[in-house]
Design a protein around this ligand. Structure first.
Ligand code: OOB
Length: 556
């Protein structure tokens, strides 16, 4: 059974219909009947929590004047979302419109996305590290009508980026700035208006576009519906034992799928708990917040977990409220996993997830060995897992192979990418994760490697092809190949092998790195190392062998 792929939207129409394959009717019926899809939109979810406990605190940050504490109750967040939705509607933003949201970890992140959910407009989740190259692409590919940024963050002026992007994207009508000084644009704080009646969107409609880690030239966009995402929130909140007393510290960039939903800020709001936005992940910023806010649960990528493990024993801060540390996004070594409880005094919960859907957790009551050595098991009994060889044949349990998955919160296709979808999904709708895994007899997954052409730089994903294309744009570069190599802190870093063009001025590594950065690529994608070579190793059939390049980089 292959899901139909509707035609892409007509270019140049801000509110053009979006197109992505969806679940076939029989699956949708099954997921509804099983209660996976409960017909709840994000807007209704927040409204429900706000009427059940209006005075409980929903979100806390340190983004008040001079870095002071702010805190909004559920009733306040709910009202703010209504007021912002009304103001956006008055500016012509409505159902189906796309809005690129690039905010750091501040309370406005939640205000903005819930306002857009209420309108049925689709947030496109950019990361603060993205620059002109990525943002221009997101805006033009989605036909976004608005772009929401902070004034400055981590020493970078997003208003300048706004000016550039606005000039390059004709459909973009609004740049809205959160923070003190909007510069030439409208301040987000000036937008809210008297709430208006808005129809609740269809829960089976796309609610937002998430970014894929990617293995191709440009990032793919992932359409997530209210129904499917709420399913993963409910499962995550349950598995991570969240309740109204949970306090979740949002350390990783709030828009990423892990801190958003595993269980993340949205899972915490689903459970009626409190979200604390952490402006930076360093222990000297996060530890005081854990102490002062009584944080009970948080999520980190492995390099940050290592930094926290090293810093905790010497820290004067009381971390005793912390019950659970989730670690995921990249493989956590067994050795580091073993150190979590002794150093931080909390339970480790490994999480292996992907913005496309499937999320696996070790369970809080799993035996210590399972917690330390596996990446967990899926949220839902209806998550279907296949582990196959190169010919898509199922492998015996315990054998490492390609992970394919299908289920109630795993997408059936990327947004407007029919050619790519034909490769990334099987005929019968399984997503090809690109991960190499094996299954233990207890049904837990162990991530053994990766088949996709991607570098996992401490949880930040880099599509080799995207960086190669930028390198190839340099007049002195004849050919380029980017591979991952071992890094003791990040797990993996990127290394570009470059063949120089003959007869033109020779380019040096530093200049080439600067060239890539100046093309407006996020800093984490700039190759960590550049090695100039005369030729690339090839396979038997003459294709370039990235495997041999990786082996070469391990020897140097
Ligand atoms: C999370 O999501 P993405 O979309 O940034 O990246 C997904 C990919 C996976 O396909 C896998 O290659 C890798 O990241 N990954 C892991 C891992 N967790 C993710 N590899 C090894 N061990 C792990 N524990 O990274 C993400 C989304 C939701 C929850 C957690 C992580």
């Amino acid at each position: 059974m292959t899901a139909p792929t509707p035609a892409p939207p007509a270019p140049g129409t801000g509110s053009a219909p979006y197109a992505a394959p969806t679940w076939p009717a029989a699956f949708a019926e099954r997921y509804r009947a099983a209660g996976h899809w409960e017909g709840l939109t994000f807007g209704a979810m927040l409204r429900g929590r706000a009427s059940a406990h209006p005075d409980r605190v929903a979100v806390v940050d340190r983004a008040g004047p001079g870095g002071t504490r702010r805190s909004w109750t559920y009733a306040e967040l709910d009202l703010r979302a209504d007021r912002l939705a009304a103001g956006l509607a008055a500016r012509g933003i409505g159902a189906g419109d796309r809005v690129v949201v690039q905010l750091p970890n501040v309370a406005e992140f939640l205000e903005v996305i819930f306002a857009l959910f209420r309108l049925g407009a689709l947030p496109v989740f950019a990361l603060p590290a993205h620059r002109e190259s990525e943002i221009t692409y997101f805006c033009s590919f989605t036909g976004a009508v608005a772009y929401v940024v902070p004034d400055t963050h981590a020493g970078f002026d997003y208003r300048t980026l706004g000016t550039t992007v606005l000039a390059r994207c004709p459909e973009l009508r609004h740049v809205l700035v959160a923070g003190g000084d909007a510069g030439p644009f409208e301040a987000l704080s000036d937008v809210p208006a008297e709430p208006v009646d808005l129809p609740d969107p269809d829960p089976s409609a796309v609610a937002f576009l998430q970014l894929s880690g990617g293995s191709t030239g440009v990032p793919k966009l992932i359409p997530r519906t209210h129904d499917d995402y709420v399913c993963s929130l409910r499962g995550s909140a349950e598995i991570c034992a969240l309740d109204e007393d949970s306090v979740y510290l949002c350390v990783l960039p709030a828009a990423h799928n892990f801190p958003l939903s595993s269980p993340g800020s949205l899972g915490t709001l689903y459970a009626g708990g409190r979200v604390v936005m952490c402006p930076q992940p360093a222990p000297d910023v996060a530890f005081p917040l854990i102490q002062d806010e009584g944080v009970t649960v948080t999520g980190l990528v492995p390099p940050l977990a290592l930094a926290w493990i090293d810093a905790a024993p010497g820290s004067a801060h009381d971390l005793s409220t912390l019950d659970v540390l989730l670690v995921g996004g990249a493989r956590l070594s067994d050795e580091a996993a073993r150190r979590v409880r002794p150093a931080l005094g909390c339970t480790l919960q490994q999480v292996f997830g992907m913005a496309e859907g499937l999320v696996c957790y070790t369970r809080l009551d799993d035996d210590p060995r399972t917690i330390v050595t596996t990446q967990g098991r899926p949220i839902s009994p209806d998550d279907e897992i296949r582990i196959v060889d190169d010919a898509d044949e199922d492998l015996p349990v315990g054998t490492t192979g390609h992970l394919l998955t299908r289920g109630p919160y795993t997408i059936r296709g990327y947004w407007n990418a029919p050619d790519h979808n034909a490769r990334a999904f099987t005929e019968d709708g399984f997503y090809r994760t690109g991960d190499l895994v094996r299954l233990t007899p207890s049904g837990h997954l162990v991530v053994e490697g990766r088949a996709k052409d991607q570098i996992n730089r401490g949880g930040e994903k880099i599509a080799a092809e995207e960086v190669e294309n930028h390198l190839l744009a340099h007049p002195s570069v004849h050919d380029a190949n980017v591979v991952g190599e071992f890094d003791p802190y990040l797990g993996e870093r990127s290394c570009a092998y470059v063949i120089r063009r003959r007869g033109v001025e020779e380019v040096r590594a530093l200049a080439l790195k600067r060239f890539v950065r100046d093309r407006g690529l996020a800093a984490y994608k700039v190759p960590d190392r550049i090695v100039f070579v005369d030729a690339f190793p090839t396979t038997g059939v003459g294709k370039i062998s990235k495997k041999d390049l990786r082996a070469e980089s391990a020897d140097t």
